[in-house]
Design a protein around this ligand. Sequence first.
Ligand SMILES: [Zn+2]
Length: 266
Amino acid sequence: MRIIDPHMHMVSRSAEDYRRARRAGVECCIEPAFWSGQDKRNAGSFFDYFEQIIDHETDRAERAANMDHYVTIGLEPKEANYRDMAEDVLDRIPEYLERDPVVGVGEIGFDQVTDDEEWAFRRQLEIADDRELPVIIHTPHTDKPSGTERIVEIVEEMGVTQERIIIDHNTENTIDISTRTDCWIGFTLYPGKIETGSAIDLLEEYGTDNMIFNSAADWDPSDPLAVPKARDEMLDRGWDREDVRKVVFENPYEFFDQSPNFDYEA
Ligand SMILES: [Zn+2]
């Protein structure tokens, strides 16, 4: 059963990781722009990073594993706190959204829920909504429920199209907040975020509509095979194949198919 993993930071992964993921069924992945483990202090560093994930990673995915690789571009919340730099970065985000493999805006959202983070979040939600592009929203690690509440309040207050938004990194403590909206609900199967078994339990309770699994696959102890392993665990639990396929393939496909640049053949 083929898989779309809608959130993989493959820039921090090896060619062998691309191959292992592809062999396990991941035919297509989306790489959101994010924090690189250390704060960038120059706007130019962002533009080089955007070029790297747009060009080099898309090529590398193809060369290493014949995998379709798409990108979302955004200023992540931690670095929004360097306001002067952040303004320079946001001014140029729209030009990157025109590039071929770019299928949306993200990751945007909150880290410490500061005023500067809120400013960057609102401005990027507007940029995405004006262009009718999908958005990946990062929920904070600390005090996640109240950060998620704040995200939902802003999304509702701005009146942006909720069907084009994923609220990501949900847990048992945020799902009731996120499911109040018409946004898509992401679960990052990652140590310290949510265990695979717990995420599957939540889908058994809340259903599979709008539910999306991803691996993050970043430089920390994440697993680029997390979604294939979740697929196998759902099948082992006796889930209907069509329901599994909806979570690991059709939902992310339908979400990103809202972008004119997403041309993966289903
Ligand atoms: Zn991420």
